[in-house]
Design a protein around this ligand. Sequence first.
Ligand SMILES: [Zn+2]
Length: 72
Amino acid sequence: MEYNCSRCHQRFPAPATEGEQELHGLHCPRCKAEAGLEPVKATPLAMKLFAAFLGTAVVAIAVGGILSLVSG
Ligand SMILES: [Zn+2]
């Protein structure tokens, strides 16, 4: 689990256990902010599929453009 600081955009790993988090207090290692820390979740599968689809579409458009240039 990672956290992203919305203040300085530093990404840092969270303490392994919740007890450790409570003991030390969860804060940004760079700017020491305790507020505005957003848990970073793993990229959802739907997002990956969408990215793959987008990449394929871009390649298809590029190839189509090149083919039309060559044939035209
Ligand atoms: Zn920060």
